[in-house]
Design a protein around this ligand. Structure first.
Ligand code: SAH
Length: 483
């Protein structure tokens, strides 16, 4: 037997309600919920209720909708596009339903699916774009869950972009031949420069970019997004990063970006590993810059994925300079930097009221010279220090900080593979830190955090750094709470 798709018993349509009356009979919570839903449209809402709850009354006043404060009569429904029986009184709701049907008006009775001509959807509103989710009354919670997922997938600016598209449709049809050229124009319109301008709230610029696109026969320049991939966990990617990944023609990624994050990109996108793991550079920085410029010139939409935040030890400065020099459009999308992910894994306050109010991002690789770098002085005066790429210089960092006057008892937290399921956490003191260099059991990226605020972390379940039982740093209970 051929497999058939189950049939819908309620078919979704979009009903024109602009300026037309929608009557809600009822004065309580249910009436308010329906009124709020319908108020997302330009319908003329009329609430019929003798007694009205204070919340609904306040809403009616704030939204300037009409309230008919008399008893219900059939005549209240005349001319309505839709009717809601939301009184909560069974007898009255039934009467409203039968009156509406007699007048040929579609009616919905709240919480009584058997009396409904139609169901109301969970709604994602990006007017003029609407996504309505229906379950034929099977599960309002399910509908809301789906609604929430769709809502975060779609840019908040989609509505203004869609309105702009509607205003340009005629022009596009007259300038571009039907078929590929027109399709390509709309694809570039919805993902290229006009979309980016709309996303930033610059509607006039979006319009100008769209006109440029139309006049150039929809041949756009490329665009490079320098995107922070976060510390490794897929769900620490930003929504913007995910959206750009879905639209990318090419994805360039560093060795530290895990495969599942790269895999979130568009299926047919070109994926290019540009390596950069310590000691084995698969491409030089100059080669990466040149590749970005080449892809940009070829009109590609490129996502340059960097671990953590692209502007923190990510060589973004060099890539941006190359793109600027070549006149290629680019943007930067921030990500969760490793220090923040490591701090979260340790429940470690990076600033702590009364203890420390500044923090330093450093590599430790600048300790080679004879003068103490500024950050070491900041550490001595109480800043929290996050050391990136610090495993191979752990001994030097500890020695120099102690020589500069920082107590060997200062608390230290180390996280390998922060945010990832295989993460490991270590605690100890500055005196223990040199042992990090000898730990051959650590193969993932390692973040070291040093400072008095580290003592406010939750050390439960973490391992001693030096391999022996080192004293736990000052107990959390004695620390003031962070503001
Ligand atoms: N741009 C990145 C840093 C790149 S430098 C960011 O903002 O996080 C690479 C260093 O970052 C690694 O040597 C390590 O110190 C740190 N790092 C990156 N991911 C990490 C992770 N998941 N856990 C711990 N440290 C990490």
């Amino acid at each position: 037997m051929p497999q058939t798709t189950p049939k819908l018993n309620a078919f979704p349509v979009f009903m024109r309600v602009e300026g037309r009356p929608v009557v809600i009979v009822g004065g309580g919570e249910e009436a308010l919920a329906k009124a709020r839903l319908i108020a997302q449209s330009s319908a003329d809402i009329r609430i019929v209720a003798e007694m009205v709850a204070p919340d609904l009354l306040a809403w009616i006043a704030a939204n300037e909708v009409s309230h008919i404060a008399g008893p219900y009569e059939t005549s209240r429904l005349e001319g309505a596009a839709l009717v809601f029986a939301a009184s909560g009184e069974e007898e009255l709701d039934r009467r409203v339903v039968s009156d509406a049907r007699r007048l040929g008006i579609l009616v919905n009775a709240v919480d009584r699916p058997e009396l409904c001509d139609f169901f109301t959807p969970a709604l994602v509103n990006r007017a003029p774009v609407a996504i309505a989710v229906g379950t034929e009354g099977a599960g309002p919670v399910l509908a809301q869950m789906i609604r929430a997922r769709i809502d975060w997938m779609l840019s908040p600016s989609l509505g203004s972009l869609a309105s702009l598209a509607a205003s340009l449709r005629g022009t596009a049809e007259s300038l571009l031949p039907k078929g590929n050229a027109r399709r390509r124009f709309w694809r570039d319109f919805f993902t290229g420069a006009p979309a980016r301008a709309a996303e930033a709230g610059r509607v006039a610029e979006a319009h100008d970019k769209a006109i440029d696109l139309l006049l150039s026969g929809a041949k756009t320049g490329g665009h490079i997004a320098l995107v922070g991939a976060g510390p490794g966990a897929e769900d620490l990617l930003t929504l913007r990063a995910q959206r750009l990944l879905m639209e990318a023609d090419a994805i360039l990624y560093d060795a530290l970006v895990p495969e599942p994050v790269v895999a979130m990109g568009r299926r047919d996108a070109e994926r290019i590993s540009v390596g950069k793991r310590k000691g084995c550079h698969s491409k030089t920085q100059a080669e990466i810059n040149a590749l970005l410029v080449r892809l940009g010139r070829a009109g590609k939409r490129v996502v340059r994925l960097k671990s953590g935040d692209p502007l923190v030890f990510g060589r973004a400065g060099e890539e941006m300079a190359a793109l600027r020099d070549a006149g290629i459009s680019y943007e930067v999308v921030p990500g969760v930097t490793a220090a923040f992910a490591a701090a979260a894994d340790f429940e470690l306050p990076l600033t702590l009221r009364g203890i420390t109010s500044s923090m330093v991002f450093t590599t430790g690789h600048d300790l080679k010279g004879s003068t103490l770098p500024d950050w070491a002085r900041l550490a001595v005066s109480g800043a929290t220090v996050a050391v990136y790429m610090g495993r191979s210089v752990a001994a030097e960092v500890a020695e120099r900080l102690i020589a500069a006057g920082l107590s060997p008892d200062t608390a230290v937290a180390v996280v390998e593979n922060a945010s990832l399921s295989g993460r490991r956490r270590f605690h100890g003191t500055l005196a223990d830190l040199p042992s990090l260099e000898q730990r051959i059991d650590l193969s993932g990226p390692v973040m070291t955090i040093i400072g008095d605020a580290v003592a406010g972390a939750n050390f439960a379940g973490s391992e001693p750094l030096a391999g022996r039982r080192s004293a736990m740093p000052t107990s959390v209970g004695t620390m003031p709470t962070d503001a």
